[in-house]
Design a protein around this ligand. Structure first.
Ligand code: NAD
Length: 292
């Protein structure tokens, strides 16, 4: 049976190290890093995410600002808010919660965020830096996924990795990070032929598809490490349930290690957002980032 990778415990440890780093910044450098989160509209899942982000930001000792705007906010007004946050020296990180209402062009809004404050790592400048191997703010879920893989496998040099999914939010950045760790990386997607055959080559599988329990145990190389990014809400036995993109029951029999859903990659995302905020705050002031 596979080792279960405890993302919740790992994220808790990381948040503890971030809280210590924030203490150092306050006591030695006299400032408190701050994160501003902008939510447009009433999407219930987004409201929960934003509330969790604010709670955890405060728990590690940072400043947190929540800007809740009505669903009918114009693109112009949202861009004006982003500009105000860009210009505010107390704000080190800006996160605009996605998805945005349909009348707003998300790309335009994400591009308006100052790259140095882009703690989601979605700005083209940060995407370009990541893909050319320059230090940058990297998307949170991909960083968290690779941290968990490294925790299991140690150095990832030469590891045969298969990433399933090619989104800008998860698949592509996770593949870039694995490349930077010297993995041999295959990106599989909806048009990949013989997906089980491709997945069977992998020592490390990262699934970011959004299809409940798609990856089966008999697709895996025995002993493979499986990082399941998927979060899918399904109905089973008349009850709502969260499941990943991997069929946990069959995969845990073949894998060497596997993340559960929930409690695997999920908790890593906010911890990495807080990490990015500290990183941005230090870079803005030209000081060395404390150990985290
Ligand atoms: P997306 O819909 O943008 O991308 C999905 C990708 O999967 C696409 O590139 C597509 O080519 C690929 N795909 C679709 N069907 C496929 C198939 N049958 N075979 C192979 N590939 C297929 O999704 P996303 O934003 O990358 O998110 C993926 C999953 O990760 C979702 O379940 C999402 O909820 C979850 N997620 C979790 C976190 C977190 O843990 N905090 C963060 C972001 C996304």
């Amino acid at each position: 049976m596979a080792k279960i990778i405890d993302g919740k415990a790992f994220a808790e440890g990381l948040r503890g190290r971030i809280a210590k780093a924030v203490d150092v910044l306050k006591s030695k450098h006299g400032f408190t890093p701050g994160l501003a989160v902008v939510l447009v509209g009433e999407d219930p899942a987004s409201k929960v995410y934003v509330a969790n982000k604010a709670k955890q930001t405060v728990e590690v000792g940072m400043n947190s600002w929540e800007h809740r705007l009505p669903a009918e906010t114009s693109e112009k007004d949202l861009l004006a808010m982003v500009e105000r946050l860009n210009a505010d020296p107390a704000v080190d990180g800006i996160l605009v919660q996605l998805p945005l209402p349909k009348h707003i062009d998300s790309t335009k809004v994400l591009t308006a965020i100052a790259p140095a404050k882009d703690v989601d790592g979605f700005h083209v400048v940060n995407v370009g830096k990541l893909s050319t191997g320059q230090d940058s703010l990297v998307p949170c879920t991909p960083v968290g996924s690779v941290m968990l893989a490294r925790d299991v496998l140690g150095k990832l040099d030469g590891v045969e990795a298969v990433v399933i999914g090619r989104s800008n939010i998860v698949g592509k950045p996770v593949a870039q990070l694995l490349l930077a760790e010297n993995c041999t990386v295959t990106i599989a997607h909806s048009r990949t032929k013989d997906l089980p055959g491709v997945v069977r080559r992998a020592d490390l599988v990262i699934a970011a598809v959004g299809r409940p329990e798609m990856v089966k145990g008999d697709w895996l190389k025995p002993g493979a490490t499986v990082i399941d990014v998927g979060i899918n809400r399904i109905e089973r036995d008349g009850k709502g349930k969260l499941v990943g993109d991997c069929d946990f029951a069959s995969c845990e029999k073949v894998a060497g290690a596997i993340t559960p859903v929930p409690g695997g990659v999920g908790p890593m995302t906010i911890a990495c957002l807080l990490y990015n905020t500290v990183k941005a705050a230090c870079a803005a002031r030209g000081i060395n980032q404390p150990e985290m």
